[in-house]
Ligand binder design. Structure first.
Ligand SMILES: NC(=O)c1ccc[n+]([C@@H]2O[C@H](COP(=O)([O-])OP(=O)(O)OC[C@H]3O[C@@H](n4cnc5c(N)ncnc54)[C@H](OP(=O)(O)O)[C@@H]3O)[C@@H](O)[C@H]2O)c1
Length: 393
């Protein structure tokens, strides 16, 4: 929509769910660089109330929410005198998601993002989805709600954003397969015995991307690629066996669509989340960003290899979960969230993460899922089993 007399587009209003995280901060960096294009109307965080206050004082949204209710008074105090509404807890997160904004950025980590993201989808606007865990746990429910509300879901995860950019949705039958690229993470070339001794600090040190702690550890186990496999299944009209994974350590090709005529279309760029986020913010247009631009001659070589499933079993575990229907991915995600958290707190060793996930998957047998409540019940049961296994270690 443009103002015909001046040809200047009005600013797009944004709600940022998870503004204090890596996705949230990258989004605000883009807004800071193009203040005429965007108006931030809501910000949410969980523990990092200090940063949330700073962000609110800079971007002056209508509403600021801290999920952790214990931090409400600190937030309120920090924003006293500012004309900003302040809230806490899940109901207030939903209030933020319900605001009439042009784009909601779903950047909360884990299943904690499920309800607010679903609330955003129900409003029927544009949702820029970074939170992959909610599609893993409730993929079909999401798709049903999108059809019902008419919402537009734009993937922000770099691989899915790449596929979104080159997938011919009008001729989906001409697609043979998708290829998700994976950097291989920080332990790509480590032996199993080296991985057994890996520390949280090493696991968080991704060679190409600067991301939050949980997704960084997921990249180290390659559970991230397993979750992305499930995410891709729900985002694009393909079957599980049409989704392939290839290791590409340089993270230059962000993913590819293989067409039946032999053509392969890919999206390339430097590994910088501001590119896929900006794509979602500007869609259906594109915007200029301050990202460093790709210089292929400087990159020199692009390499590819097959994942080593012996050292990185998480990909095949995830694939089997996807084949098993809607329940196993919920268990996979819950057990993984608990195990990653325990690893980050130095309670278990690196290789225990996937071992615990496998054990929980073998022990939980949940019935049919008919509602969001069933999804949460399954998630809670899997979390309890994971904690029980952890306490016995
Ligand atoms: N980072 C990336 O480059 C990247 C790339 C692709 C996909 N993703 C996906 O994007 C999502 C966010 O990743 P991230 O790396 O940005 O994570 P992050 O840096 O850990 O940030 C997570 C955000 O969620 C908030 N949060 C945490 N627990 C919450 C809860 N219980 N209720 C409400 N809010 C909560 C955090 O608040 P506080 O910080 O205030 O505690 C923070 O704002 C993940 O699903 C990830 O897989 C991320």
């Amino acid at each position: 929509m443009t103002n015909s007399s001046t040809n200047i587009s009005p600013p797009k209003s944004l709600t940022l769910l998870g503004s204090t995280g890596s996705i949230g901060q990258n989004t605000l960096n883009l807004v800071r660089d193009s203040p005429e294009k965007f108006e931030v109307i809501a910000l949410t965080g969980n523990k990092n109330v200090k940063l949330l206050i700073e962000q609110a004082r800079e971007f002056l949204p209508k509403l600021v929410v801290v999920a952790d209710a214990a931090l409400y008074s600190e937030l309120k105090r920090g924003l006293s005198g500012a004309d900003i509404q302040v809230g806490c807890g899940l109901a207030a997160l939903n209030d933020a998601a319900e605001l009439n904004s042009d784009i909601v950025i779903a950047g909360i980590v884990g299943i904690a993002g499920l309800t607010p993201t679903l609330t955003a989808i129900k409003q029927g606007g544009i949702v820029a989805l970074a939170n992959k865990e909610c599609l893993v746990c409730a993929g079909q429910l999401f798709i049903d709600e999108i059809v019902k509300s008419g919402a537009t879901l734009i993937p922000v995860d770099s691989e899915h954003n790449a596929i979104f950019q080159v997938f011919d949705f009008e001729k989906a039958n001409s697609v043979e397969s998708l290829t998700l690229t994976a950097s291989g993470g920080p332990f790509l070339n480590m032996s199993l015995s080296e991985m057994a001794a890996a520390t949280p600090m090493q696991a968080k040190s991704h060679p190409n991307w600067k991301m939050g702690a949980k997704i960084s550890v997921d990249s180290a186990t390659m559970m991230n690629k397993g979750l992305e496999l499930i995410e891709a299944y729900y985002l694009f009209p393909v079957e599980e066996e049409q989704i392939n994974i290839v290791i590409h350590p340089q993270s230059v090709i962000h993913s590819l669509v293989n067409y039946k005529d032999g053509s392969v279309l890919a999206q390339l760029g430097t590994p910088d989340m501001r590119t896929p986020i900006s794509y979602a913010l500007a869609w259906p247009e594109r915007m200029e960003t301050n990202t460093s631009k790709l210089d292929l001659a400087k990159v020199g070589n692009l390499s590819f290899q097959t994942p080593d499933h012996r050292r990185f079993p998480a990909i095949n575990i995830s694939r089997n979960c996807l084949k098993g229907g809607a329940v196993p991915p919920i268990i996979l995600n819950a057990a993984n969230e608990i195990a990653v958290d325990a690893f980050l707190k130095n309670r278990i060793r690196f290789l225990d993460i996937v071992r615990i996930v496998e054990e929980v998957l073998a022990k939980i047998h949940f019935g049919n899922l008919n509602s969001i409540e069933d999804i949460y019940s399954c998630d809670i049961e899997a979390r309890e089993k994971s904690l029980e296994i952890l306490s016995g270690l």
